[in-house]
Design a protein around this ligand. Structure first.
Ligand code: AMP
Length: 180
């Protein structure tokens, strides 16, 4: 299965993507995690993206697209995958369409959580890019850059909107039920 998980920052899409990927036996591909790993290792790419991430801004499409395209060539991706946090912009979605031309996405899972709960969750997880000001900026960037993807995938009949509030296990159950 080729799946895409979308959701605002703090929606828990990363946590849920890991669980669902494990349960389906397919790799979890997170561009955010790949970037964080570059920052931790102090690579050239890490140095380029560190400040953008800390400010809650997106990394340019060209950089992100190149990294993701390379990741999809790894043999494990042939079995299917969960994309978590890519695409996040319309040009990235167009690139993904090109990359997957023969075997397009099967489903897009949108994790819906209201803004108050998003704020509370992010402030409690203590990640480097989770300060109040950065969180506000990340929500803004999500609304303007990423929410438009729903208008792209909705008409294709791929979208599964799942309630992402409440108990973690229940949310995983809702996603698995939506994918069945
Ligand atoms: P995430 O772990 O998915 O919340 O991503 C953390 C941060 O990495 C984001 O706030 C962006 O700065 C950057 N990032 C991750 N994925 C992308 C993407 N597809 N396009 C642009 N920036 C990204």
């Amino acid at each position: 299965m080729r799946l895409l998980f979308v959701g605002p920052p703090g929606s828990g899409k990363g946590t849920q993507a890991v669980r669902v990927a494990e349960s389906l036996g397919i790799p979890h591909i997170s561009t955010g995690e790949m970037f964080r790993s570059h920052v931790t290792r102090g690579t050239e790419l890490g140095k380029t993206v560190k400040e953008l991430m800390a400010a809650g801004e997106y990394v340019p499409d060209e950089i992100t697209g190149k990294m993701l395209a390379e990741r999809l060539t790894h043999p494990d991706a042939a079995r299917g995958f969960i994309l978590d946090g890519f695409p996040r912009t319309i040009p990235q979605a167009e690139l993904l369409d090109d990359l997957l031309s023969e075997t397009p996405l099967d489903r897009v899972v949108l994790l819906a959580v209201d803004e108050e709960e998003l704020m509370a969750r992010m402030l409690s997880r203590g990640r480097a890019d989770d300060t109040a000001e950065t969180i506000r900026r990340r929500l803004e960037v999500y609304e303007s850059q990423t929410a438009p993807l729903l208008d792209l995938y909705g008409p294709r009949g791929l979208l599964e909107r799942v309630d992402g509030s409440g108990d973690m296990n229940e949310i995983t159950g809702r996603i698995m039920a939506a994918l069945r």
